[in-house]
Design a protein around this ligand. Structure first.
Ligand SMILES: CC(C)(COP(=O)(O)OP(=O)(O)OC[C@H]1O[C@@H](n2cnc3c(N)ncnc32)[C@H](O)[C@@H]1OP(=O)(O)O)[C@@H](O)C(=O)NCCC(=O)NCCS
Length: 374
């Protein structure tokens, strides 16, 4: 039996609501003015620092982000709330994350020319899951009538690439015939919309990928996986501390210290060279040169970061055709970013063209797959 593993389908589901930088900044600035008014005496006494306004121009220049999608927009721009108002679902209802996972999974299955019965392993892999158990992946497996098994895994912004590597290994080892990897990135509940440094960074989205052995593939577009690599290096610079122990620690589970926060400058400086080095090693490891890579589906956190990494790899700038940018429309969607880039920019490749999917982010974690179009 062939050990060749292929990506045979990918799906992208966009939430129905969009939030522009201007809308987000208007809400932040409205909240900041209110905060300063309500705390005028303490600010005048030097006990607390006044909030300074955010700016849409800064956000676009510093990050390249122009807008983001929201699963639920209601509540995010309300200066008395500053978080989405997501209706609670009971235990007999489909969970929010399973719903958006299914939206992307069905598209990926169609693209791969597969049905639930063809899949026997489901990985839901993302930056956050809305509960500990039962796994969202098992809920999705049940909804799609899939036999076999499913599990959830969390690796922040590298969750998708790390799960793809798990899938490749399982297919090579024979523990699965076909794998569905899904990234339902519901990031908005973890954003601190009152934090000027990070209120603009994230968006919601859902992506999915089908992988199988080459001999079963009947898809129109498919890609041999030539190599996959996962790498981690501990860092405190990007954190989300929300977790179940807060209940026992008597700390506020929803306090700012538990929501997403980062030292963005340090992340930028440290992660760019790490990602470039990782890619150089990985591409050489499969016997290719950097110049052999036709397309770079990179993680989408920051436009300047991607430009720097590409410049270091190629020794020049690359346009949308070589290293597509999607973060202007989607913002940072945690692990889904490189998969969105793949979904939107792969069909034009010719047989024999090479491409690389690469993620980098919290942990730190870096993951990549080198692909060749069949
Ligand atoms: C987050 C990020 C966009 C911030 O950009 P930056 O250029 O590093 O910005 P800094 O935080 O250094 O701030 C630069 C200036 O802009 C100001 N600023 C910060 N946020 C602002 C905002 N929302 N509006 C206006 N000005 C802002 C700062 O106060 C600072 O002003 P100063 O120079 O007068 O002190 C950038 O660091 C980044 O993208 N890092 C990559 C990490 C990442 O996105 N990780 C996500 C997980 S992978």
């Amino acid at each position: 039996m062939s050990q060749e593993v292929v990506i045979s389908g990918a799906g992208l589901w966009k939430p129905p609501h969009r939030i522009t930088n201007e809308e987000l900044v208007a809400a932040y600035n409205g909240w900041a003015e209110l905060f300063n008014r309500e705390n005028a005496a303490a600010i005048a006494a030097g006990e607390i620092t006044a909030k300074t306004p955010s700016s849409a121009e800064f956000i676009e220049k510093a990050s390249g982000i122009k807008s983001r999608y929201a699963y639920v927009k209601d509540g995010v721009l309300d200066i008395r709330r500053m978080r989405p108002r997501i209706p609670h679902r009971g235990e007999d209802q489909l969970s929010h994350q399973a719903e958006i996972a299914l939206n992307a999974a069905r598209l990926a299955l169609t693209a791969a020319d597969k049905r639930g019965a063809d899949i026997d392993m489901v990985i839901v892999s993302c930056a956050y899951t809305e509960r500990a158990y039962p796994a969202i992946a098992i809920e999705v497996q049940h909804a799609l009538g899939i036999q076999g098994f499913g599990f959830d895994m969390l690796v922040a912004c590298s969750a998708a690439t790390f799960a793809l590597q798990r899938a490749v290994d399982a297919l090579k080892a024979g523990s699965a015939r076909a794998v569905l990897v899904i990234n339902p990135e519901l990031t908005s509940p973890q954003v601190n919309y009152r934090d000027r440094d990070s209120h603009f960074i994230f968006g919601d989205v859902s992506t999915a990928v089908v992988l199988e052995r080459a001999e079963t593939c009947t898809a129109r577009h498919s890609y041999s996986v030539l190599g996959s690599k996962a790498q981690t290096l501990y860092s405190n610079n990007i954190r989300s501390n929300f977790g179940y122990v807060a209940y026992a620690e008597d700390t506020d589970p929803f306090g700012p210290a538990n929501l997403f926060h980062q030292n963005g400058r340090k992340v930028f400086k440290e992660v760019c060279p790490m990602a470039a080095e990782h890619l150089e090693t990985q591409i050489a490891g499969v016997g290719l040169d950097i110049a052999d890579v036709r397309r770079w589906w990179l993680h989408q956190a920051n436009l300047n970061m991607n430009q720097l990494i590409v410049r270091r790899l190629l020794g020049r700038d690359a346009g949308q055709d070589e290293a597509p940018i999607v973060l202007d429309e989607f913002a940072n969607t945690a692990s889904a970013g490189s998969i969105i880039a793949f979904c939107l920019h792969h069909e034009d490749l010719a047989a024999g063209d090479h491409g690389v999917i690469c993620s980098f982010g919290a942990g730190y974690s870096i993951g990549s797959l080198v692909l060749r179009k069949r």
